[in-house]
Design a protein around this ligand. Structure first.
Ligand SMILES: Nc1ncnc2c1ncn2[C@@H]1O[C@H](COP(=O)(O)OP(=O)(O)OP(=O)(O)O)[C@@H](O)[C@H]1O
Length: 234
């Protein structure tokens, strides 16, 4: 569903992503790990067409379209801080987004989506300016649901969320994957990655240096592997 082959991105003489191969299947959650400056956000930028790569190919949902067009059609992106129109309510934000998609949603349809995403009903008709980070992310998930996105891309989704919000966000992401979405999530949250992801990969200096199947690791083992792998590079 997500196929990145030999991706290269340079900024001047700095290589941010170096011949990266990464595949995420439908129904799979993949956590992209790595220290600051490893190339995670650059990879996501290339995947979504925000950042022009210097080499390699990216295919989303089997589409022959270039990444930017394929992302518009098939992907949803949830940034660390989901941007909403603060002067609109949650319901109005979703309605506006769905109209941009060419849909004419009924109130019931919007409320069904908000309910699935777990946004409390008392917030539906409140201005988004008062929304917490977790509430904004839930509206972001509603937009992914409304779009029927086959590919979900998340950058640091759980940073700054309290444990309860982080667990409920993880449950939601898992349910989207169980419905067939391919999920790529860049994160420093090793605990949540181990809880949520099926596989993870570790980027260092733009190279994917390790991949792990999380079902094969014991509790806490991902963090040990991560730190050992990093130490072995020094
Ligand atoms: N627009 C840019 N111009 C120049 N260099 C950049 C630019 N964006 C990223 N870089 C460099 O590319 C490398 C990879 O950065 P990137 O932001 O992709 O890493 P990251 O893994 O997402 O880091 P973090 O965990 O801190 O968000 C870093 O060396 C960074 O300084």
């Amino acid at each position: 569903m997500i196929r990145i082959e030999q991706l290269v991105k340079r900024y001047g003489d700095r290589t941010a992503v170096d011949h990266l191969n990464l595949h995420v299947a439908a129904g799979e959650v993949y956590a992209l790990l790595g220290p600051n400056g490893a190339g995670k956000s650059t990879t996501i930028g290339c995947l979504l067409g925000f950042v022009p790569p210097d080499g390699g190919t990216i295919t989303l949902a089997g589409s022959p379209l270039p990444p930017a067009a394929a992302a518009v059609k098939h992907a949803a992106y949830i940034a660390e801080n989901v941007a909403l129109y603060d002067r609109l309510t949650g319901v109005e934000n979703v309605e506006f987004f769905m109209r941009l998609l060419g849909q004419k949603p009924s109130r019931e349809r919007i409320e069904t989506l908000l309910e699935r995403a777990g946004l409390p009903a008392h917030a539906w008709h409140r201005l988004a300016q008062g929304y917490s980070k977790g509430m904004r992310q839930k509206v972001g998930i509603v937009m992914a649901l409304a779009k029927g996105a086959q590919v979900l891309v998340l950058d640091e989704p759980t940073s700054g969320l309290d444990p309860e919000a982080s667990v409920s966000f993880g449950t939601l992401i898992r349910s989207l994957a169980d419905d067939g979405a391919a999920v790529l999530m860049a994160t420093h949250d090793l605990f949540r990655a181990q809880e949520l992801a099926d596989r993870c990969g570790m980027l260092v200096g733009g190279h994917l240096i390790s991949e792990w199947n999380l079902g094969e690791l014991n509790a806490g083992e991902l963090e040990r592997n991560y730190l050992d792998t990093l130490a072995s590079r020094v």
